[in-house]
Design a protein around this ligand. Structure first.
Ligand SMILES: Nc1nc2c(ncn2[C@@H]2O[C@H](COP(=O)(O)OP(=O)(O)OP(=O)(O)O)[C@@H](O)[C@H]2O)c(=O)[nH]1
Ligand SMILES: [Mg+2]
Length: 467
């Protein structure tokens, strides 16, 4: 994006609903000439034009292409006058019939009558630039739309409602209080700060650093919620990896057969476990390769396993452990592994003790992919391995999920620590104020008070068109 992308004196339009067959589609128009654009293409059934429509009231009418004289659609339209609209500008929406062609034709008509195509996220960008929401809330809009699990949705909703913004505002107020004390002394540099006041400032900033670090520590959970956990199912051939994948996704996704070496390609499928998106990947069985092709497959599986954030290592409970089994784990990180002893419906020849050689793995689960026994235990074990058993959130805690927010909080914390050292070293008030202002700037980046156009461009280009 360039600087001109942040001027918003023109009128934009886009289809806000997904392409394809559907009951209705929404064409959204925003900017100073929205009512003019609508007036050129829509007339209410009572013969009113857009200029005479009441704000925030839905009207039935016709979308008309005056150039050809034809009615394109019977539709509903609404105007929302500035500042009471999503973008804060005059806005109009046409709720037309859905489909592959019709909404596009209506959009074309908007362009012919003075609007220009909206860029990705431009409606929300305008909402931000017009002060309708802060940057953290604008980012939450994108998260809301892309949420894949109820937990992701919950976090995005909280953020949209301003939960993060109010936490940040609280932090800013604490810094401002310290800054006020320090700045009051700028004119009297030769006087030391009263020891009592100094102690109070020190304690409040130290407590703030502690709070910030607690918020930073929620990032791992937030990131997992947003992006999911990349999980590889590994094991020697025929132990039931594909059968377990099918059980977890509750459909016959991967081919299962009694022949060892059935799975050749990697099959990916996502599930939600306790609100966490788990991206499962079924791999080719690991064994001493019999030929070059198999060797390449085994190498690929090893690579996937190294890259994975979570591993399901499957063993066949009906067979004794063999050489191939003992090589399955290789150099994989045990702390992120769940061991599954499968085929529990058959006579068992393998016990948890036999797997004692895999030290450091906390979770061992018995399953039968055939009957479904133990599959829920497996899900619990996955959840605990990802989030730890002491998961404190109880579904209500606020977590941060943007790396951008984490980095800004880290910079805030650094500046505040710098301030504390300077305070102890009895530095000049100007010097102390400098660190505090830095901390304020970093906090302001989260809510968008001190964000550069480049950062804004990066954030909004991730949005879809029409949002
Ligand atoms: N009795 C029993 N049979 C199972 C169970 N799980 C899988 N099987 C059978 O074991 C055989 C191998 O299952 P797959 O799921 O294809 O095994 P895999 O580990 O994906 O095998 P490869 O893709 O060849 O590496 C099939 O005949 C399955 O029906 C189980 O829990 N109990
Ligand atoms: Mg398989």
């Amino acid at each position: 994006m360039t600087a001109k992308d942040f001027t918003h004196d023109d009128t934009i339009a886009a289809i806000a609903t997904p392409a394809g067959q559907g009951g209705i589609a929404v064409i959204r128009i925003s900017g100073g000439d929205s009512l003019g654009v609508l007036g050129h293409i829509f007339k209410t059934s009572a013969g009113k034009s857009a200029a005479d429509m009441d704000s925030h009231r839905l009207y039935h009418g016709r979308v008309i292409d005056y150039a050809s004289g034809g009615t394109l659609d019977m539709a509903l339209a609404v105007v929302m006058k500035s500042p009471r609209s999503y973008t804060g500008e005059d806005t109009a929406e046409i709720h037309s019939h859905g489909g592959y062609l019709l909404p596009g034709k209506i959009l074309e008509l908007c362009f012919k009558n003075g609007a220009r195509p909206a860029r990705p996220g431009e409606f929300t960008l305008r909402a931000f630039l017009n002060g309708r929401m802060d940057l953290a809330q604008a980012e939450a809009v994108a998260d809301l739309v892309s949420a894949e699990t109820t937990e992701c949705l919950r976090v995005a909703e909280q953020q949209l409602e301003g939960a993060l913004s109010s936490i940040i505002n609280g932090f800013q107020n604490s810094v401002l209080e310290a800054l006020a004390e320090v700045e009051a002394r700028v004119d009297f540099p030769e006087e030391d700060i009263d020891p009592l006041i100094k102690e109070r400032i020190f304690e409040s900033v130290a407590a703030l650093i502690e709070e910030i670090s607690k918020l930073i520590s929620t990032f791992d959970e937030g990131r997992v919620l947003k992006h999911g956990v990349y999980t590889a199912i590994i094991g020697k051939p025929n132990v039931g990896k594909s059968s377990i994948l099918n059980r977890l996704v509750m459909k016959d996704r991967a081919i299962v057969s009694p022949h060892p070496g059935t799975t050749r390609d990697f099959i990916e499928e996502a599930i939600s476990v306790g609100g966490i998106p788990i991206r499962l990947i079924d791999t080719a069985g690991l064994r001493s390769a019999r030929d070059e092709v198999e060797h390449a497959g085994v190498e690929m599986t090893r690579k996937k396993a190294r890259e994975a954030e979570l591993i399901i290592a499957v063993f066949d409970g009906s067979c004794e452990l063999d050489e191939d089994d003992s090589k399955v784990m290789g150099d994989i990180d045990r702390s992120k592994t769940v061991i599954v002893i499968n085929k529990s419906d058959l006579v068992q020849r393998l016990s948890s003790e036999d797997l004692a050689f895999v030290r450091g793995v906390k979770q061992v689960v018995k399953t039968s992919a055939k009957t479904g026994a133990g599959i829920e235990d497996l899900k619990m074990a996955l959840q605990e391995t990802v989030l730890g058993s002491e998961r404190s959130s109880e579904g209500a805690k606020f977590v941060i999920s943007e790396l951008r927010h984490k980095r800004a909080l880290e910079r805030t914390s650094e500046s505040l620590k710098g301030f504390l050292s300077a305070l102890q070293a009895e530095q000049s008030p100007e010097f102390l104020a400098f660190d505090l202002r830095h901390a304020l700037d970093s906090l302001g980046e989260i809510t968008g008070e001190t964000t550069t156009e480049e950062i804004l461009g990066r954030i909004f280009s991730k949005f879809c068109v029409g949002k």
